[in-house]
Design a protein around this ligand. Structure first.
Ligand code: SF4
Ligand code: SF4
Length: 380
């Protein structure tokens, strides 16, 4: 295993692969029913492989991920071998006392007295305002001072502009966690956000390096691009290598469904040095990205300039699901996701009243209302 360091935490070596506890194996369809033996075997394999960073959060597996991890660390006796990360559920915070309440419960769930890395979970513009209005930063400073948390940072889901605002407005921030993979260079914080954070000595943790696992299940066209390279590599390895090539990235979190996947990813993280990809390797990644982009149903870059829609249509996610279906051939999966999510909540394309307000805002020139109709006829 290779190890890297956060710029503001120079004494600590962090494994280049971290274990994410959001997609643990389950015994059935209910995500709350964690297969404890299977999940604990994954944690054991992580320790075996030199992984020393493990990441969970309040809501994962319907709030069962933290309690499982607490039990698993106790059973394996490994708490002191790990850097433990979890996150404050920012969307549930209504008043200043909530911060203390959630942290106390999380310490209990995790059977520990200290969270090494504590994140404000899934920050966006509105939640950042809540953090500031409810004394969230003061709470973090208190919890750091009394040792209940070691280091403070945030995970992020919003536009690049909001990301920069948070980085600029929180000078004590030690690290951030962003979605990044070879297909999502410009998505949310994206590659530019990673560089922006690193320039300000904020360490970067990457989540979704395989885009929820789908970059391990690429279409045949991408497989043959990868197959044309002289060294045989699985699609997941290409995706991980691309992320680990960035020197700003300290660790990459991956949710691994079994110990075998963990060992495979650990092998990659044991050899992928920063800035080590060659020109021909980067060209392979570029070709794979171009191929996927050429299959998109609408040329939406998820920039979000068209939002918010006055009728509540979630344009970005609707096009995101439609594009994923087209790029990866996962129509059934995306249809289920759309119907049970956006459409059921009334934020799908069916809510579009064709007012046209979003159209001039789109830098890609997409006829948004017309394309939403097509998306809905595929997914709805
Ligand atoms: S055209 Fe449709 S999606 Fe665009 S702003 Fe109007 S209602 Fe929203
Ligand atoms: S539809 Fe256009 S404006 Fe909206 S997110 Fe996509 S590219 Fe950006």
């Amino acid at each position: 295993m290779l190890y890297r360091k956060f710029p503001k935490i120079p004494d600590l070596e962090i494994s280049a692969l971290g274990l994410g506890c959001m997609r643990l194996p389950t015994t059935g369809d209910d995500s709350a029913a964690i297969d404890e033996a299977g999940a604990t075997a994954i944690l054991g394999a992580a320790l075996d492989s030199g992984v020393n960073y493990v990441d969970t959060a309040w809501p994962y597996h319907k709030e069962q991920s933290e309690p499982w991890l607490g039990r698993a660390m106790r059973d394996l006796g490994c708490r002191d071998s790990l850097q433990l990360a979890t996150k404050a559920p920012t969307w549930l915070v209504k008043e200043s006392g909530d911060w203390e309440r959630f942290l106390s419960q999380q310490l209990e769930r995790l059977k520990t007295t200290r969270i090494d890395f504590y994140l404000l979970h899934a920050l966006n513009g509105a939640r950042w305002k809540t953090v500031l209005d409810t004394g969230g930063l003061e709470f973090l400073a208190r919890a750091r001072a009394d040792g209940r948390i070691g280091h403070a940072g945030f995970s992020f889901h919003d536009s690049l502009g909001v990301f920069k605002r948070i980085i600029d407005g929180w000078t004590d921030c030690e690290f951030c966690q962003v979605q990044y993979n070879y297909l999502d260079e410009g998505f949310q914080a994206g590659g530019e956000g990673i560089a922006y954070a690193a320039d300000r000595a904020v360490g970067v943790i990457v989540m979704e390096p395989l885009r929820g696992g789908i970059l391990a299940r690429v279409p045949d066209g991408v497989r043959s691009i990868f197959g044309g390279y002289r060294t045989p590599r699985m699609p997941a390895e290409w995706a991980l290598r691309h992320v680990l090539d960035r020197q700003e990235v300290v660790t990459v979190l991956s949710g691994m469904g079994n110990a075998g996947q963990l060992y495979e990813n650990a092998a990659v993280a044991s050899s992928a040095q920063p800035n080590s990809m060659t020109g021909p390797e980067r060209a392979v990644i570029d070709q794979a990205r171009d191929h996927l982009v050429s299959r998109m149903a609408a040329p939406c870059t998820a920039c979000g300039y068209c939002s918010p829609c006055p009728s509540g249509v979630n344009i970005v996610d609707t096009f995101g699901m439609w594009n994923e279906a087209a790029m990866f051939g996962t129509v059934d999966e995306n249809r289920r996701q759309y119907r049970s999510g956006l459409q059921a909540r009334g934020n799908g394309a069916q809510a579009c009243v064709e007012c046209g307000q979003c159209v001039p805002k789109c830098p890609q020139g997409i006829d948004i209302p017309a394309r939403l109709k097509e998306a809905h006829s595929t997914l709805g």
